[in-house]
Ligand binder design. Structure first.
Ligand code: FPP
Length: 253
């Protein structure tokens, strides 16, 4: 039985995947605006098409056995966008959570949100809370949504939390180790660092995404805009990852 209901083409792609897959894939979903502009459509139309790619990639990640998929959906810096665009992004998020709730339940996908989520509009916060609570015990895959997220912002909040413990006398400065910092980050809930970071749309930068966590990640930059990044492009990125030699600062065996 197929896990999900992929198109036949997607099922073929999943079968042609390498045996070495990253446990954790993180994606900077870029290019929605340019995709829409090329078609004479609004930026919101681009985000709507991007939400379809989110649906496709979540299904495929679960199908092929990725343990964690983390998506950069809204950065802390994205608050500087026009109010109408921000509103359309959070409307899409609420629609996505409503439409995917059953899939997350059936396929045992745990949803986690990472970022300053208190700043999100109330309908988005309520929808997130409900799905996060519903999926809390799911074990098959973790879907991380970065919302009002920034890697530097996460490091600042983790540092402040650790400093507060030192002031309270419950932590020694010498106990602020790599693993203590990792545990204090929002991303601790993801259960491990990304092994593969993908960015779409031809841009080659991190844009404040998973700065601490991506220290040893492999990067794949795709020229395709996010709304066109579907099963075939994801399979291509996974094959590129499988061809990389990872040394973590040591020498090749
Ligand atoms: C970057 O494209 C994309 C975003 C800032 C938002 C990503 C949002 C979605 C894919 C849709 C909704 C998400 C979910 C989880 C349902 P851009 O607007 O910066 O594109 P541009 O660089 O071409 O202008």
């Amino acid at each position: 039985m197929l896990l999900l209901d992929p198109k036949p083409q997607a099922a073929d792609l999943a079968q042609s995947l390498p045996t070495v897959l990253p446990r954790h894939v993180a994606i900077i979903m870029d290019g929605n605006g340019r995709w829409a502009k090329r078609r004479g459509q609004s930026r919101s139309d681009g985000h709507r098409a991007g939400a379809e790619s989110v649906r496709a990639i979540v299904r495929m990640a679960r199908k092929v056995g990725i343990e964690t998929l983390t998506l950069y959906a809204f950065s802390e810096q994205n608050w500087a966008r026009p109010a109408g665009e921000i509103q359309s992004l959070f409307t899409l998020l609420v629609e996505f959570l409503a439409s995917e709730r059953e899939l997350l339940r059936q396929h045992q996908i745990r949803l986690v949100a990472l970022g300053n989520t208190d700043k999100l509009p109330l309908p988005a916060r309520l929808a997130l809370r409900k799905v996060i609570d519903d999926t809390r015990d799911h074990k098959a895959m973790t879907l991380g949504l970065c919302l009002s997220y920034g890697g530097r912002e996460d490091l600042v909040q983790a540092t402040q939390a650790l400093a507060a413990q030192v002031r309270a006398g419950t932590l020694e400065p010498g106990d602020i180790t790599e693993s203590a910092i990792t545990r204090a980050l929002w991303t601790a809930r993801l259960g491990g660092d990304p092994e593969l970071v993908i960015r779409t749309s031809g841009e080659q930068r991190l844009s404040n995404f998973l700065l601490w966590e991506s220290a040893y990640a492999e990067f794949v930059f795709s020229d395709v805009d996010w709304p066109d990044f579907r099963e075939a492009q994801f399979a291509g990125a996974l094959r590129t990852f499988a061809g990389r030699q990872r040394r973590y600062g040591a020498v090749a065996a």
